[in-house]
Design a protein around this ligand. Structure first.
Ligand code: SAH
Ligand code: DHB
Ligand code: MG
Length: 236
């Protein structure tokens, strides 16, 4: 952020604030999340394969893991697999007969994720659907799957409204929906944004607020992944 007036922060001040967010995140991970060598290995494999480092943070991964346990979820649907980091955090919270369906557009990402999931010993519980989720979701729906207990939506943001519709359709009253990246350094409050990710997420907010099938809130987050946030919903 450039300093244009006395009220705005200098780059140096912003760097110090972000360093503090990271230090606190490190503290949280050190005390509460624990060292999970397997999950650190996933991030190493992703980096080695040249995947973008846009996975959830470790603290957020543990949060997703706890949400699965709190909800008693046995069936999870995830949109946006990348290298499977969030997938593995959630799948590790599933009972042995649990199931996670995850959707990824990029075959290269899916290949890396498949290897990571295999290494985590979770291949029996996780299925990766490769392709644009708008096309692969109807194929899953055609299998008439039992309702999903928890959704993690973290794929292409312009399609967030469509993905919420799918979650309502494939869920049941009481299903939990978590929608990632809904704050984007505060850009979400710009009604004139031309960024299709912001436009899509603003439409998702309108939908959450206006849908008789959804009840939700959103929380702003800071940490090792910067300033962002997630929306949390229950299907009703
Ligand atoms: N959930 C992951 C991060 C996902 S990043 C984690 O926290 O570890 C977003 C992913 O969505 C990327 O891998 C991207 O390729 C994928 N994606 C983008 N457009 C998509 C689409 N139309 N359908 C499915 N996946 C898509
Ligand atoms: C981006 C996507 C994400 O899912 C995320 O958590 C962070 C960044 C992105 O596309 O830039
Ligand atoms: Mg995300």
């Amino acid at each position: 952020m450039r300093a244009r007036s006395g009220t705005l922060r200098t780059d140096e001040e912003s760097d110090m604030i972000e360093a503090k967010w990271r230090t606190v995140d490190d503290y949280i991970v050190d005390r509460l999340v624990g060292d999970a060598p397997l999950l650190a290995g996933v991030l190493e494999a992703n980096a080695g394969a040249g995947l973008p480092a846009i996975d959830v943070s470790a603290a957020q991964g543990k949060f997703l893991h706890l949400m699965v346990r709190i909800a008693g979820a046995r069936r999870i649907l995830e949109l946006g697999t990348l290298g499977g980091y969030s997938t593995i955090w959630m799948a590790q919270a599933l009972p042995i007969d649990g199931r996670l369906e995850t959707f990824e557009y990029e075959p290269r990402h899916a290949d890396v994720a498949r290897r990571n999931i295999e290494r985590a010993g979770l291949s029996d519980r996780v299925r990766i659907h490769v392709g644009a989720a708008a096309e692969t979701l109807p194929r899953l729906a055609a299998e008439a799957p039992a309702p999903f207990d928890l959704f993690f939506i973290d794929a292409d943001k312009p399609n967030n409204p469509l993905y919420l519709e799918w979650a309502i359709r494939l869920g049941r009253p009481g299903s939990v929906i978590i929608l990632d990246n809904v704050v984007r350094e505060g850009d979400i409050v710009n009604p004139r944004s031309a960024d299709p990710r912001i436009v899509g997420t603003r439409l998702a907010f309108d939908m959450i607020g206006g849908s008789p099938h959804l009840d939700g809130t959103a929380l702003q987050t800071v940490g090792s992944k910067g300033y962002d946030g997630f929306a949390l919903m229950v299907v009703r």
